[in-house]
Design a protein around this ligand. Structure first.
Ligand code: AR6
Length: 183
């Protein structure tokens, strides 16, 4: 399997190629929209795999703002929880997209710590239907995740799951670059 991982003290970040719905972690993150009522891409796959009870719980959440996230149970998934995160729609980069994407990852990590979760799996939020340029989004995601993993948190393991080979390659490259810059 294609995978790249790095240890940060007793914490770990892993970039892997695969299908996020199969991840055996405390929570998988969903790239949702602000209705939280399902959609295509990762969102559709997660709802299909979790079953209808997930949608039922989501109906009670009253949506979610861009840059924010909300947690539900995982139902039929291997993961106990789903953190539904709403990344920004990319509109050229001058509309606060970078700050919003960073906030989305930060909120997921805060919610995970509040629930004392130890392992998380993320998809590449906003890089599909929402059109965020992949390399730029990867830099924002990994800078935030590395910072959070180097801070006080219950999260010990972050897996970053890419569906296709070229997305995996780009993400591996970006993470390697960030790790080299720092050391
Ligand atoms: N596992 C891992 N990654 C996946 C999977 C999977 N099963 N399926 C797709 N990807 P997207 P967004 C990748 O469009 O850009 C939905 O309709 C995909 O290749 O799922 O945040 C929501 O309801 C891409 O790289 O999320 C929203 O309306 C990445 O996941 C909207 O799309 C994200 O693509 C959110 O758009």
């Amino acid at each position: 399997m294609e995978a790249f991982s790095a240890n940060l003290g007793n914490r770990r970040i892993e970039v892997v190629r695969g299908d996020i719905v199969k991840e055996r972690v405390d929570a998988i993150v969903n790239a949702a929209n602000s209705t939280l009522l399902g959609g295509g891409g990762v969102d559709g796959a997660i709802h299909r795999a979790a079953g209808p009870d997930l949608l039922e719980e989501c109906r009670g959440l009253d949506g979610c703002g861009t840059g924010d996230a909300k947690i539900t149970r995982g139902y039929r998934l291997s993961a106990r929880f789903v953190i539904h995160a709403v990344g920004p729609i990319y509109r050229g980069g001058q509309e606060g997209e970078a700050q919003l994407l960073d906030a989305t990852y930060r909120r997921c990590m805060v919610i995970a710590a509040e629930h004392r979760l130890q392992s998380l799996a993320f998809p590449a939020i906003s890089t599909g239907a929402y059109g965020y340029p992949r390399r730029e989004a990867a830099g924002i995601a990994f800078r935030r995740l590395l910072q959070e993993l180097r801070s006080e948190t219950t999260v010990e393991r972050v897996r970053y799951v890419l569906f296709d080979a070229s997305a995996f390659e780009t993400h591996e490259e970006v993470l390697r670059e960030l790790l080299t810059k720092r050391s």
